[in-house]
Design a protein around this ligand. Sequence first.
Ligand code: 5AD
Ligand code: SF4
Length: 456
Amino acid sequence: MSETVKSEPLKKLHIKTYGCQMNVYDSERMVDILRPLGYEVSGEADGADLVLLNTCHIREKAAEKVYSEIGRLKELREEKTARGEGRMTIAVAGCVAQAEGAEIMNRAPAVDLVVGPQAYHQLPELIARTTRARGERLSADFAPEDKFDSLSAERHVTGPTAFLTVQEGCDKFCTFCVVPYTRGAEWSRPVASIVAEARSLAEKGVREVTLLGQNVNAYNGDDGAGNESSLPLLMEALSEIHGLDRIRYTTSHPNDMTDELIRAHADNPKIMPYLHLPVQSGSDKILRAMNRKHGRQAYIELIERIKAANPRLALSGDFIVGFPGETDKDFDDTMDLIRQVRYASAFSFKYSKRPGTPASGMPGQVDEAVADARLKALQALINEQQQAFKADLVGQTIDVLFEKRGRHNRQAIGRSPWLQSVFAEDADHLIGQIVPVKIIGLGNNSLIGELESVPA
Ligand code: 5AD
Ligand code: SF4
């Protein structure tokens, strides 16, 4: 739909996104859906006509934040009404909406409507209905087909990088995780619809896509000839798109790292040499209790095979400390695995008990203070490895995709192949381009670069 369809007066839409990158993608698609109805995005909730909270259910804190935000919004709504500016509609989307939609309506009467992650394409109807009566609640029974069928391939683009959902749901059922319940069974989009969306992104200047899925390397969408495709085949098809020069994907499960996918990291130069491959724990006992379906040694050997295929490849991961039954020895096994693998970065979390998951009823819940100490030690080790990885880049010339202006005059900020931010002076004319940059120093969380030669 084109930008010119604006017969109605502009209404302000504020979206607050919690959680993972897929929620970021979903939020962008919700904006795409609502823009033709006359909504324009506002960075502020204050004064907004519609506020959408795109929520995350993965850890307890994430869900609790939503309820406190609703309290704040209720006050902003009252102020807006008192100013005679009309009523603010409050909508809750995302995984909390899916998991506890009815509870939200009871616990937070200020909420007008609740819409799950597979039903947001119906937002226009829902909003129209809630202006008449409160209490719409829509959580689809996991039919992402309907959603993707009704989303246009056209995207509103805000820079040279974009997320692109290719797969949703998870069949792995790790015992701590709510995803199989909130996002449903694994489902893959057909190749053709992904290629169409990627082409539209590339035409608008997108140079890098990150393919998203809760278990993205299990991607097996229809290839259009009645066969199942695979992630390496999909990436091969995307590599043909002119202008699209970088492909990333996240998040993967170790058991779905096929030989073909590993080979693609050697053969397809558009696939970035950076892989997010969570292991969660380095203890075989805990991996079993987590139902991760592989052991510690299998993971280490897998990493060796991937690094043999592409020696420039760096890894990131996810770790959970304080899973029920985790002893000091189990935690030492995790630290030891981290030392063996050497990560370029990683996310780490304290185990959080999620209602309805098998782990929530397991004996041996770990003392909060013990879990805190383990998390601190693990993060210190990861931080050390992250700094060491960055220090190794000093003196090297690497490709940087410049994404936006920096704070100084003519400074630009881009990304390395391994996702570090790179700052370079006199580079603002290169936004949207991939250029070689010499790394000359380290910032706090970034690299300092210098242009090799300034193109005319
Ligand atoms: N507690 C703590 N961390 C969790 N994760 C998922 N569920 C939980 C939980 N119940 C973490 C995992 C996963 C990441 C997205 O969030 O590490 O890979
Ligand atoms: Fe959750 Fe990932 Fe395990 Fe699936 S593989 S259940 S998304 S942690």
